[in-house]
Design a protein around this ligand. Structure first.
Ligand code: MLT
Length: 244
């Protein structure tokens, strides 16, 4: 029997609890949706870091032509960076064959905070079924982490995690013991079935992004299973595991 735990924000992640588990991290608006889009568009790998300084230092350290700096603070591109955090910026034209170093407010923090896990998988609505299938095939306990917002819960991340938990449960019903928090989130998510775009539009962060002029990102991030890839974060980089 495998245990499944749920963490409602990057700050809630307990290294002790997630040690040895397979961690699944979601930041729907927009870090994990953007990471999935970038890899799907041909980006070779992504290095997530917590701070702007670390990102700038990493670029100098690697000294390569094919590196791009991406990410956001307050939703907007950081001064001197090549790209912001809009999935639409990460098309094949801009990232195919490139390495991306990225830092975002909550998403990259959640990924880095999950370092104690046995392995970490990047989840969004875009790759929901592929990740559920992959995790169902592993033997380990599972830690589902919603990046949230500055330690608080984010409805879109909670619903994405709830969908994932429900899907995983359908793959391995006899083999999953969920924490109460995980069960609650799976039940909550069912209310939003077929209404993801509306959920993103009505969520506080979705409204903020619309005010910043990123309204079309919400449509991109709401597409379920548009990119059937499993990005795995290990040894400091995120790469696709199921490349053909
Ligand atoms: C985050 O990491 O907090 C987000 O991805 C912010 C955003 O770009 O919308």
């Amino acid at each position: 029997m495998r245990n499944l735990y749920y963490f409602q924000s990057a700050d809630a992640v307990s290294a002790e609890k997630i040690r040895g588990t397979i961690a699944v991290v979601a930041d729907v608006l927009r870090a994990t949706s953007t990471i999935v889009t970038a890899l799907y568009s041909g980006c070779v790998y992504i290095i997530p870091v917590k701070t702007v300084q670390e990102a700038r230092r990493a670029v100098q350290f690697h000294k390569r032509q094919d590196i791009l700096l991406g990410g956001e603070r307050n939703g907007r591109r950081i001064d001197g960076f090549d790209l912001g955090n809009s999935p639409q910026e990460y098309s094949a034209d801009s990232v195919d064959g490139k390495i991306v170093i990225t830092t975002t407010t909550n998403g990259t923090k959640a990924l880095v905070n999950a370092a104690a896990a046995r392995e970490t998988v990047v989840l969004s609505f875009l790759n929901m079924s592929a990740v559920a299938e992959y995790v169902a095939q592993q033997e380990e306990n599972v830690s589902v982490i919603a990046a949230g917002d500055h330690g608080d819960t984010s409805i879109e991340d909670a619903v994405c995690c709830g969908f994932f938990i429900d899907k995983l449960y359908h793959h391995v019903p006899q083999d999953l013991r969920m924490s109460q928090a995980a069960q609650k989130i799976a039940i909550l998510a069912r209310e939003y079935s077929g209404k993801i775009e509306q959920l993103l539009q009505e969520s506080p962060h979705g409204q903020f992004l619309q005010r910043c002029g990123y309204g079309s990102d919400l449509i991109t991030c709401a597409q379920i299973d548009a990119c059937a890839i499993v990005p795995l974060y290990a040894d400091g980089r995120i790469e696709i595991t199921n490349k053909n």
